[in-house]
Design a binder for this molecule. Structure first.
Ligand code: 5AD
Ligand code: FES
Length: 344
């Protein structure tokens, strides 16, 4: 298929045969068309609206040891922190006054936050901010734990699958972690009734185009409400310290492909995208993304949540990011809205 046929077919069918997906992933010749078509579809479904999620990075303790991640257990150069319930609630209050109607509680897999503690925090946020969506992103748990958080008032859950290929998964994670359990978590979350977010890093070490095709097929099966992708970015204190960063171009191409596959999906222009290029998030919006997740964490802990190097927005106050974002989103041709921003 020529580039135009590839893009037209994807837009019409929301999928492609394996060989066509591989061709589209590997060429830059379809990019201009692909981005234009993705933006047309995003505007047809969501207009120019950009949804905001206030991200609260509430703990950087983690019991896991993922080879790519800067806050992995064996990184002893990290200064570890936890936010108290009061600190988390005051982030929410500040976020609310800045116009955020979704709070994302993200952290490493930190055993200090037992189900009881986490449910206590969720139900307190639910009570104080009844009009807001509560999103959790705290990793792999049992189905019973996910159910407990849901019953306490959580609505959404972010858990990237990272890669849907078994062999590739095993090269990114120690043997204590498995793709099988990761997938089990995602299907459990969906069955319980969460709006679920999955996703992968682009250009992570050893990733092949076939691996990315496998990610697309997995996403077609899971049908998540949200899909978060960003370039892999290296961190000096991980086993992957000498591995190159993922590519901006391939990340943008995948964003557009995902928009055409899932016209109604919530797709963030991620912080990693903004880190690999100063205009990365704006380019992401123009390639089909419709969500931005600004940081609401207290300024003094931001530098400590360093999943990768040179992360943006670590020196800014929440209010500074808010006004900076409005300007950036507008300059890119869209507008931020005060809304929970559920999927259409
Ligand atoms: N580069 C890019 N993204 C990373 N993540 C973790 N480490 C890195 C890295 N070095 C992503 C993972 C995780 C999300 C919270 O951040 O995909 O799910
Ligand atoms: Fe944080 Fe621009 S979004 S400073």
């Amino acid at each position: 298929m020529d580039p135009k046929t590839l893009v037209d077919t994807l837009a019409a069918e929301h999928t492609l045969p394996d060989d066509a997906f591989l061709a589209l992933l590997e060429t830059d010749e379809a990019d201009a068309l692909l981005f234009a078509e993705a933006d047309r579809v995003r505007r047809a479904v969501y207009g120019t609206d950009v949804y905001l999620r206030g991200l609260i990075e509430f703990t950087n303790f983690c019991k896991n040891n993922c080879y790519y991640c800067g806050i992995r257990r064996d990184n002893h150069n990290v200064s570890r922190y936890r936010l108290s319930e009061e600190e988390i609630l005051s982030c929410c209050a500040e976020g609310y006054s800045l116009g955020y109607r979704t709070f994302v509680l993200q952290g490493g897999e930190d055993p200090y936050y037992t189900d009881e503690r986490l449910c206590g925090i969720v139900s307190e946020i639910r009570e104080r901010f009844p009009s807001c969506a509560i999103t959790l992103s705290v990793g792999e748990k049992s189905r019973a734990s996910y159910q407990a958080y849901f019953d306490a008032g959580a609505n959404r859950y972010l858990l990237r699958h990272e890669t849907a290929d078994e062999e590739h998964y095993a090269r990114l994670h120690p043997a204590s972690m498995s793709l099988e359990n990761r997938k089990r978590c995602l299907y459990d979350l969906k069955q319980i009734g969460y709006q679920v977010g999955a996703g992968m890093m682009v250009g992570s070490p050893y990733q092949t185009t076939e691996n990315l095709l496998c990610d697309l097929r997995f996403l077609e099966d899971l049908r998540p409400h949200m899909i978060g992708i960003g370039p892999y970015l290296t961190h000096r204190d991980t086993p992957f310290r000498d591995m190159p960063n993922g590519s901006l171009a391939l990340t943008l191409r995948l964003l557009a492909i995902l928009r055409l596959m899932f016209p109604r999906a919530l797709i963030p222009a991620t912080t990693a995208l903004g880190t690999i290029h100063p205009q990365g998030r704006e380019m992401g919006l123009r390639a089909g993304a419709n969500v931005i997740m600004p940081n609401l964490s207290p300024k003094d802990v931001r530098r400590k949540y360093e999943l990768y190097e040179n992360k943006i927005c670590t020196g800014e106050e929440a209010a500074e990011c808010r006004s900076c974002l409005d300007r950036r989103v507008e300059a890119a041709g869209y507008r931020t809205v005060v809304s929970r921003g559920d999927a259409k």
